[in-house]
Ligand binder design. Structure first.
Ligand code: CA
Ligand code: CA
Length: 351
């Protein structure tokens, strides 16, 4: 039995390790690279730091009186073929442990962040923390995704980096472990599944939230919904979905994220389903959750000038606000298309 489990674990590991890193946009073509290292701070903890085929294995085990930090990163290069804002989307898989046991343990942590470095502009950097864990923690194997707003300049070379650090620290009775793959948990690791940095040229002046749709694998970036009005008068904009939303517990999941340089007032959102024979029906909105203000359903249900406000990163200390939406879903193979409608206004012009 144990042999079979080991074989299965090895097979799983091989499948995960050799799945291709997909870089979807046309100009992002480099193979991925990576590096890993470890810094021992106190005494002699057990450590591991390896990079292999877009997979990182980082681990530290500190017993009684020891601490260390293991670092790793994975990266690809690309040249921008257009100037403008894009949502760089990263998907990764992680499996690891953060155990702090016993008297005298001080701290153990795991961090993961995503960076975009403009090498042409002398290393100008934007980055986003995508995992920050300090307490006892275990991830039994999860594919996660996140995105970061990036301003690309045509012709510039960029390095996109996924960075991970684990730190274990024990002083006293007990032990601390932090790992993304150690000699103690052979199949623990963190790896890139994909990175997508589309080259998008936005036409004209737009002031807008960005629409994302859950397609069963990721929140697919649908594009910018232009509701700009310098007079602050509501605009109604329709967007035909490019992707097919996937049912989750009887609902479709959509997300509005404010563009980093804009500021929107949203009065109402609707989702229409196009059925066979030209029939169009409206799917009820049943959930709306603002990333900072919480429930936004009352504001978004009706066109009544009661509005939800979303601030871009430039107006909100570096973090763009978003609203998660759920609409009642229809049975599979019932719908031929979807139209998302937004009513609101955005007085700010982005570049
Ligand atoms: Ca309203
Ligand atoms: Ca209105």
């Amino acid at each position: 039995m144990r042999v079979i489990i080991t074989m299965l674990a090895t097979l799983m590991f091989l499948i995960m390790t050799f799945s291709p890193l997909t870089v979807h946009a046309k100009e992002w073509s480099s193979e991925d690279g990576g590096e890993a290292s470890v810094t021992v701070e106190v005494d002699q903890p057990e450590t591991i730091a390896q990079y292999n085929l877009h997979t990182l294995k980082l681990g530290v085990k500190s017993g009684v009186y020891a601490s260390a930090t293991a670092y790793g990163s994975m990266y690809v290069y690309g040249i921008a073929d257009a100037t403008g804002w894009v949502a760089g989307i990263i998907e990764w898989y992680q499996k690891g442990n953060l155990a702090a046991g016993g008297i005298g343990d001080i701290s153990s942590w795991i961090h993961v962040k995503f960076q975009a470095i403009d090498l042409t502009a002398g290393g100008a950097l934007v980055e986003k923390i995508i995992l920050d864990e300090h307490g006892p923690w275990a991830d039994y194997g999860t594919t996660r995704w996140d995105y970061m707003d990036i301003y690309l300049v045509q012709g510039h070379t960029y390095k996109f980096v996924l960075c991970a650090e684990v730190h274990a620290h024990a002083f006293g009775l007990g032990a601390a472990v932090a790992d993304f793959g150690s000699i103690w948990w052979d199949d623990s690791r963190i790896e890139w599944m994909s990175i997508e940095v589309p080259n998008i040229v936005e036409g004209g002046e737009a002031g807008c939230p960005m629409l994302f749709v859950w397609n069963g694998t990721e929140y697919f970036y649908e594009g910018l919904l232009n509701i700009h009005s310098s007079e602050g008068i509501d605009v109604i904009t329709n967007h035909t979905l490019i992707s097919t939303p996937r049912r989750v517990n009887g609902t479709y999941l959509l997300r509005l994220t404010e563009h980093p340089l804009t500021h929107s007032y949203i009065d109402q959102v609707k989702l229409y389903a196009e059925l066979k024979y030209g029939v169009v029906i409206q799917l009820p909105l049943v959930w709306a959750w603002h990333s900072e203000d919480g429930n936004a359903l009352p504001q978004l249900l009706f066109s009544d000038e009661w509005k939800a406000e979303t601030l871009g990163a430039a107006f909100n200390n570096g973090t763009s606000q978003s609203i998660d939406l759920k609409f009642i879903a229809l049975p599979p193979n019932f719908v031929t298309g979807f139209i998302f409608q937004i009513e609101g206004n955005n007085p700010v012009l982005k570049p």
